[in-house]
Design a protein around this ligand. Structure first.
Ligand code: HEM
Length: 497
């Protein structure tokens, strides 16, 4: 059985330059995608305020933005997973396999981007069926083929690195049950080494396990859309396809978010010098989440479908249970450790702390929207991007930034005494982000529809137009800030030690 190193990973990394630089390469590429997608996000918001783009280009850019932001998360988490496997489990994954995942991800992003920007593929992201197949002349069949082939490569690469994790966790922890922390339920004395895995191993294992259900569903769906695109006689039920899409896409973003919460579990004990062990309540809440998110959380996408009422109820309960419990207890655990720990408020701590706060905001937004009463008002309004930008842009992405600011000096073996750049990055992201997300929430409450290049302002309260315009400077600050981590990583790479 391999080992699970205690906390050394967070304070040191072995002298293996080629491995370390590979991880930095994953992150640098992810940050480049993030920056481009952030600038495109700014263009989208600007266009909604002043209408300078054609409809075709707005929807292309919207599709590109959503997909590349998801890609940023997938590629960043991949770097984190390789780091944990190598340094924490002390397991060596052959270099060729890590390179293969990297190049598959890159090729997938390239193909998807080509199909969107050159081919005009613009059904939005995720690609809600049957729209990809019914473009009313807006894009050609080849654009669907190219974009979706890219998506298949990305899905395959993600399955590959999650499988690597499952195999490694199985070996290191002595079984997947152990990797999920089940040993906390053993009676005293029945767990010979007395060891339970740290919480981040549980979080990443949960991500990988549920990924094995969500990602094949996605691959199967995309393959079917591709088949239908080329052989129209092939049957594809639009309702079934729609539900498969949510089972895939909604679950995927949830699990990526679990993986990045592993960063919180890993870094908070190191920063505060206070241990964070697994305990029974936390494991139980994670198990509840695994079952509800994996199996039922997409159920709230069934409210308008002709399905038995009992299915809607199960989906609703699953949705409510899926995130609240483990996240609330974990955030409480993090704050408890930070409280009076005498830490220095370095930028990475600010990213983690503010990220956790925004996760709570996003969760509250999601809960309201998932309820049938509020949903009649908020359905398909800007409230939807408001809630997911709260915990993806101002939660998950911030955890990833904290991870990079923590590890890049260790991985490159170069010290960076100045925290000025990360600090500016934090404040610009926080101020710009709250302004943008706040505008989404308010506009959503005012009934502004989502996914529209131009709003029907005559049909909306006057405030809706003002809110849209006022949000542009915030989006500008937010987007420009994302050049900073890109610059920071590049500088660390090229600088002399
Ligand atoms: C960094 C600055 C960002 C800006 C300025 C921005 C802006 C926007 C705007 C204006 C929209 C269109 C909303 C609508 O009309 O429905 C949008 C949609 C979206 N954003 Fe962002 N966003 C940012 C970051 C992120 C991040 C970090 C993620 C995820 C990790 C993300 C994921 C998405 C997705 C999935 C959509 C939906 C696309 C679609 O409906 O087709 N965004 N964003």
């Amino acid at each position: 059985m391999a080992v699970i190193a205690e906390r050394a990973i967070a304070t040191d990394v072995p002298r293996e330059a080629s491995f370390n630089y590979l991880v930095v390469r994953y992150w640098l590429t992810a940050l480049a995608a993030f920056f481009v997608a952030a600038v495109i996000g700014l263009v989208l918001r600007w266009n909604q305020a002043s209408g300078f783009l054609s409809l075709a280009w707005h929807y292309r850019l919207q599709t590109f933005h959503g997909a590349y932001m998801a890609w940023f998360a997938i590629a960043s988490v991949a770097g984190f997973v390789w780091l944990l496997i190598r340094k924490q489990f002390e397991i060596v994954v052959p270099r060729a396999r890590m390179e293969l995942v990297y190049w598959l991800l890159l090729a997938g992003a390239g193909l998807f981007g080509f199909g969107v920007l050159i081919g005009g593929f613009a059904p939005g992201f995720p690609i809600l069926p049957p729209l990809p197949l019914n473009p009313a002349g807006a894009w050609a069949a080849w654009a669907v083929n190219v974009s979706l082939s890219g998506m298949v490569l990305i899905v395959v690469a993600t399955i590959a690195y999650l499988l690597e994790w499952l195999v490694a966790a199985h070996r290191a922890a002595g079984g997947l049950g152990q990797a999920l922390g089940l040993s906390v339920f053993l009676p005293r004395g029945a767990n010979p080494g007395g060891r339970t895995v740290p919480p981040y191993v549980l979080a990443v294992t949960a991500m990988a396990l549920i990924g094995m259900y969500a990602l094949p569903v996605g691959a199967y769906l995309v393959a079917n859309i591709l088949l239908k695109n080329n052989f129209p006689a092939v049957p594809l039920d639009p309702l079934f396809a729609k539900n498969m899409l949510w089972a895939f896409a909604h679950t995927l973003v949830n699990i990526l978010y679990w993986g990045t919460f592993g960063i919180v579990y890993l870094l908070i004990p190191v920063i505060t010098d206070r241990e964070w062990k697994l305990y029974r309540l936390l494991v139980i809440l994670w198990l509840v989440t695994i079952v509800t998110t994996g199996m039922t959380a997409m159920g709230h996408h069934l409210q308008l479908d002709p399905v038995p009422f009992s299915i809607v109820v199960i989906g609703q309960v699953g949705s409510y249970l899926s995130i609240m419990s483990w996240a609330a207890v974990s955030i409480y655990g993090a704050v408890e450790r930070i409280w009076k720990s005498g830490i220095t408020w370095e930028p990475k701590v600010s990213f983690l702390y503010f990220g956790m706060f925004m996760v709570l905001v996003g969760m509250a937004g999601a809960y309201l929207d998932a309820g049938p009463g509020f949903n009649t008002i908020l359905h398909n309004t800007l409230w939807v991007p408001a809630h997911f930008h709260s915990y993806m842009m101002l939660g998950m992405a911030l955890f990833i930034f904290a991870c990079m600011y923590h590890y890049v000096p260790l991985l490159t073996r170069k010290t960076d005494d100045s925290t000025a750049l990360p600090r500016v990055h934090f404040w610009m992201t926080a101020i710009g982000g709250v302004g943008l997300v706040g505008s989404f929430y308010l506009a959503g409450l005012l009934g502004t529809p989502r996914r529209m290049a131009a709003y029907p302002l005559d049909a909306l309260p006057a405030l809706a137009g003002l809110v849209t315009q006022a949000s542009v400077p915030f989006a500008l600050v937010l987007a420009l800030a994302q050049a900073i981590p890109l610059f920071y990583l590049t500088r660390m790479l090229v600088r002399r030690a």
